[in-house]
Structures are given as structure tokens and as C-alpha cells.
Design a binder for this molecule. Structure first.
Ligand code: ADP
Length: 163
């Protein structure tokens, strides 16, 4: 059984993320969507519980044939991948701007464990420009985010910004 891991912050999940999850069906038998609890110096907008729930709801609506597990993690990614018997780390690649960071991360992870391969799926052109960061910004300033997220995520974002 081939287990893949799709790591990220998912703050919140967008249709761009969902497209990568959908396409993973052709690559792995099981996908673990691993959500970084504390991704960096900046606190995420949504709690880990909320981010997990939003991905779970969106994934359930996709009705995929493979098993998708959605979980938080707070470990070094490669250690968590080893612990979960993952053979492939999946990442989405948008414009050139993603490349530098992804290139470095893949190189470091390969040094740490050459048995785990990082595989990139190029974003489809209609999702190229969608990022969680801009979706939050657009919503905060009252713009329409319907094209970028599912109705459930849209509602959760509106709740955040109308508090
Ligand atoms: P991170 O903080 O690790 O970049 P994100 O949640 O922003 O976490 O993204 C997780 C993964 O999904 C990354 O590989 C990112 O490049 C990819 N991704 C994000 N948005 C899109 C999109 N619109 N199309 C394809 N891949 C995407």
C-alpha cells in the first residue's frame, strides 16, 4: 500500500489544495493531509481543530475512492512521514515564486531521508494564483472569495472577519 503525505498550513483550505488532493488519487492508495500546527513565526488565522475540520468537510464532499486522513502534526515533517510509513511527500507547485522554497525544502528532506520522495503536482492554470494568504486578505477587505474556496470555508472566513 502506497501512502502519500500532503503537508501544509491549510489556513484555510482552498480549491487549489483540493485539486491537488483530488489528483493524488492517481498516485497513492492512501493520502494523509498533514496540517502543520505551528507553521512558523506567524500564528495561523484558524486553530488546528478548525483547519482539520474544514479540510475534512471539503474532502468528504469530493467523494474520492482512496482513503484520506486529515490530521495535525507538530513534528519535523520528515520524522512524521517516517513514523507514518509514508513513501511520498506531495506538494503543489504554482508559479516560479514557489520554486525556490520548495527546491530547498525538498533538498533538505532528501538529505534527511532519501527513501522518501517528494513529488510535485503543477497547479492547473485556473488555480495558479490562488493562495490562502490572499484569500484571507481579500475576505478581510470585503472582496468576493467564492471562486477560491468552498461555501463552508467562505462562511468560516466571514465569521472570523465579522467578529
Ligand atoms: P505551506 O505553508 O506549507 O506552503 P500551504 O497550505 O500554503 O502550506 O500549501 C500547502 C501545499 O499546497 C504547498 O505545496 C503549496 O504549494 C500547495 N498549494 C497551495 N495553493 C495551491 C494552489 N492554488 N494550487 C496548487 N497547489 C497549491
Amino acid at each position: 500500500m502506497k501512502i502519500g503525505m500532503y503537508p501544509g498550513t491549510f489556513d484555510p483550505v482552498t480549491v487549489g489544495h483540493l485539486d491537488i488532493i483530488k489528483r493524488s488519487e492517481k498516485l497513492v492508495d492512501k493520502l494523509i493531509v498533514a496540517i502543520a500546527e505551528h507553521p512558523g513565526p506567524k500564528e495561523p488565522l484558524f486553530s488546528i481543530a478548525d483547519r482539520v475540520k474544514l479540510v475534512q468537510d471539503d474532502v468528504a464532499a469530493l467523494g474520492l475512492k482512496i482513503e484520506i486522513e486529515v490530521t495535525g502534526f507538530d513534528d519535523l515533517l520528515i520524522h512524521y512521514a517516517e513514523q507514518r510509513n509514508v513513501s511520498m511527500i506531495l506538494r503543489g507547485l504554482r508559479a516560479v515564486s514557489d520554486f525556490d522554497y520548495e527546491f530547498q525544502m525538498t533538498g533538505m528532506n532528501y538529505q534527511l531521508n532519501p527513501d522518501i520522495q517528494t513529488v510535485f503536482l503543477m497547479s492547473q492554470d485556473r488555480y495558479q494564483f490562488i493562495s490562502s494568504r490572499f484569500v484571507k486578505e481579500i475576505c478581510r477587505l470585503g472582496g468576493n472569495i467564492e471562486k477560491f474556496v468552498t461555501p463552508g470555508v467562505k462562511e468560516a472566513l466571514h465569521k472570523k472577519f465579522t467578529k
